[in-house]
Write a protein that binds this ligand. Structure first.
Ligand SMILES: Nc1ncnc2c1ncn2[C@@H]1O[C@H](COP(=O)(O)OP(=O)(O)OP(=O)(O)O)[C@@H](O)[C@H]1O
Ligand SMILES: [Mg+2]
Length: 184
């Protein structure tokens, strides 16, 4: 076994959760606490563009077991229902949730309220009881129906202050672009 493989095994995947995200320590802590719990919790991240909301969801997608990621602007209700029935994900990650059409929002509300997903097609009804936490993101929660919004613990990201923007840019240049810190 080579050295890098050994390091990968010794470093648990969850320990690297959110590693690429600069700052937001309180939100990282919140997610870590929620992930330790056996119950379902629903979290909505809202805030300005480029504030790392999608980064949180993609990091969760990479490190959690049984996740399902959907983009609110680019998903069909039939596809979503099929996946929920077939795979019964433990975590549903919904980016751009404000772009989900109203029918999808109702499906989501039922899932969050009762855990139940049901579908009636050609006169036949199928139903499943899921244990799924929903983690979602959007710029503005105003387009969500109030019942759906009320089911979420809402976390608002504030716009970056100059020093935060500077720190993030520096980290990205050094870590991703491999530019020496002194050259920045
Ligand atoms: N805190 C941060 N740590 C590391 N990179 C960051 C951070 N904030 C922003 N970025 C950079 O900004 C980019 C955009 O982030 P992301 O797509 O997660 O933003 P967003 O909040 O989802 O924006 P939008 O509202 O437009 O969807 C990232 O790919 C990363 O390069
Ligand atoms: Mg985004």
């Amino acid at each position: 076994m080579n050295f890098q493989k050994l390091i990968a095994i010794l470093t648990k995947s969850e320990d690297r959760l959110f590693d690429d995200i600069v700052g937001y320590d309180h939100i990282k802590k919140l997610f870590r606490m929620v992930l330790q719990s056996d119950s379902t919790t629903h979290i909505l991240l809202t805030g300005p563009p480029a504030s790392a909301k999608t980064m949180f969801l993609t990091s969760l997608l990479q490190h959690l077991k049984r996740p399902y990621f959907v983009d609110g602007g680019n998903t069909t209700k039939a596809g979503m229902i099929e996946y929920l029935f077939e795979n019964q994900p433990r975590y549903l990650l919904v980016d751009e949730i404000d772009k989900l059409p109203p029918k999808h929002q109702t499906l989501l509300l039922n899932l969050m309220e009762t855990g139940i997903v049901s579908e009636t097609k050609y006169g036949k009804t199928r139903e499943a009881k899921l244990k799924t936490s929903v983690f979602a993101a959007c710029n503005n929660a105003i387009k969500l129906t109030s019942p759906l919004l009320s089911r979420f613990f809402v976390v608002e990201f504030a716009p970056y202050a100059y020093h935060q923007f500077y720190e993030i840019t520096l980290r990205l240049l050094v870590n991703q672009e491999k530019i020496a810190p002194n050259d920045c």
